[in-house]
Design a protein around this ligand. Sequence first.
Ligand SMILES: [Zn+2]
Length: 56
Amino acid sequence: MPSFKCSDIGMKCGFETSAGSQDELMKRIAEHAREAHGMTTIPDDVLEQVKKAIRP
Ligand SMILES: [Zn+2]
């Protein structure tokens, strides 16, 4: 099950999540980024870091 921790991309944030698929995980991350970090869209460079930080 893919999982992600915000701290893995250098955020001072305790958020971590996992989901049944990478698509679902990306949705959860996008939602969290919007609500917790005020990112209405995730910039490409951040998206790259997120993808690298996802644990399969
Ligand atoms: Zn976060």
